[in-house]
Design a protein around this ligand. Structure first.
Ligand code: ATP
Length: 229
């Protein structure tokens, strides 16, 4: 087990955004956090990434216990922030220095991640001229700079057109061979394309936590039942 979430809760004043949720993530899994707008997905992911303090509950990373596990999380926010006047190389250099990645290692890593997200050809162009899909791929490159063990992606494809969506989902599919992935979406079809497990959130509560196969079985069976009754 890589991570265990127990009774995690986040309240904004009196509003309960995440209501005592518990789940665990095994090393190597690719999990889709599925739910409609306002379900609590961003709040949950930000707590896991250490960007938001829970009101109560705990998040335990068993594999890296005792160490700063957060340095092993790669996080792509829902709306990644860039400096539009920079090039991808300048931006990743800046982001890598902020994360204290050693200079020589950073130089090599920047080339590697830009190649991976297929931005090597435009690595010296201004980010300001990039499409939404290119920016999302650059955000993914940034999240990969320090070789994360767990990659957390907040709605990485929601704002993209079909081509951009396909591109980013195919990158996630390649990454899942190498690392544990948790990504949020409000579209089941995205989850079906890359993930093997779904955690469904609604109103800050878990509605489903099981494999996609079980999800299909449960809901196809009930649909068939309804039709035949
Ligand atoms: P979306 O798909 O729209 O991004 P989400 O599933 O990511 O939604 P959250 O953004 O986590 O959901 O929001 C969960 C609930 O918490 C919502 O009711 C939202 O209005 C509320 N909320 C989120 N952030 C804040 C905040 N900073 N202050 C007050 N309420 C907030």
């Amino acid at each position: 087990m890589l991570l265990q979430v127990l009774e995690l809760e986040k309240k904004y004043k009196s509003d309960m955004a995440v209501n005592k949720i518990s789940f665990q993530i095994e090393k190597g899994q690719c999990i889709a956090l599925l739910g409609p707008n306002g379900a609590g997905k961003t709040t949950t992911l930000q707590m896991l990434a250490g960007l938001l303090t829970p009101t109560s509950g705990s998040i335990r990373f068993s594999k890296l216990e005792g160490k700063d596990y957060r340095s092993k999380i790669g996080f792509l926010p829902q709306h990644p922030a860039f400096f539009n006047w920079m090039s991808p190389v300048q931006f990743l250099q800046f982001a890598g220095e902020l994360s204290h990645i050693p200079t020589q290692q950073l130089k090599e890593k920047i080339e590697e991640v830009l190649q991976f997200v297929r931005l090597a050809d435009v690595k010296k162009k201004r980010i300001g001229g990039f499409s939404g899909g290119m920016k999302q791929r650059l955000g993914l490159a940034q999240a990969l700079l320090h070789d994360p063990e767990l990659l957390i992606l907040d709605e990485p494809v929601s704002a993209l057109d079909p081509a951009g969506r396909r591109d980013v989902l195919s990158l996630i599919t390649q990454l899942k061979e190498k690392m544990t992935i948790l990504f949020s979406t409000h579209v089941l079809h995205d989850a079906e394309q890359v993930c093997d497990k779904v955690i469904m959130l609604k109103n800050g509560e878990i509605q489903w936590d099981n494999t996609l196969e079980e999800l299909r079985k449960a809901f196809t069976t009930s649909a068939v039942k309804v039709q035949t009754e």
